[in-house]
Design a protein. Sequence first.
Length: 389
Amino acid sequence: MRYNFDEIIPRQGTDCVKYDAAESIFGTSDLIPMWVADMDFRCPPCVTEALRKRIEHEIYGYTFLSPGWKPAIIDWVARRYNWQVTEEEIGFVGGIVPAIAFAVQCFSSVGDNILVQPPVYHPYFHVPKDLGRNVLENPLKLVDGQYCIDFEDLEEKAAKSKIFILCSPHNPGGRVWDKQELLQMAEICARYNVLVISDEIHCDMTLKGYSHVPFAAVGKIAEENCITFMAASKSFNIAGLKSSYHIIKNKKLREEYSEFLRRSELDFAPLFATATVAAAYNDGEEWLTQMMEYVEENINYMQEYIAVNMPLLSIIRPQASYLVFIDARALKMEQPALVDFFVKQAKVGMNDGAMFGKGGEGFMRMNVGCPRSVLHKALEQIKAAYDKL
């Protein structure tokens, strides 16, 4: 069947962060919210049906992991990434940011250095800092419109670090790391005994011409020194279900992390968290394919519109995901003025690029996981503000 991604679905009044928290975030609700990373599309019918079937039972008592959850994950990663994992290597965790926090606590001590690659997803900074760790930075370099890794600097920083948090694909910018880059990172981290936490939440959303390679799948040197976190939340628009999972090949690491979660009863899944993921992985792939085709058309439309109408702006064209990093450095605005331009003048709520750390200044992140009519209206509003400059 063909899915309708042009449908406008009102989300106000559903306690959703994207719309109902806009005023507290931006100081006004008079804008188009295109910031937090969920989509304005209905989730796949198979997920809704799995929810409906369970809700209709009308008893919501204690539950355990859905029996179909691990087999669905095993089949999914094998089918999409040619990565062979077993049931014992998979474990539940309620969200990837909490999962990273638990791993930082489990495998490092207060005062240890945690290595990140800015500009990058902002919890990578505040989670370690809030836990008393230090953050070291290996800034990415923007080369020919795409982010690249400074491997010389990475090695220098790794020599002083306990954990390296990898964002793969990278957010912001949507860079899909290739196998050679992943292998080089794995070798450096192994050399200095730096544990790799690989956040692969955007992996299912690669765009045409790109393929995701799980970090742990590049070789023994990676799989023995890595904790992989994945989720169906971004790809199937079910972030509110708080359902993620870890895949850990190394038995010692797996037992240590699993025991850390068990001691605080953090390994129990909420009622709707696993059967829905199994449904998405088993029956939602065609929806995902069509959704990503639609998102790619949105990116094409956005890139052409900006080139024709606002030549001082450009985008880092993502290789994965629906998050687009807008390069507004040519406007030569200080960051507060740039945020004001997009949010207060254009009335489009986006993420301030500076929140992603070094290299994010002069950028804004826009979520194009929305009907094209909404994207068009947002671009028209930005153009109107741009024309007044």
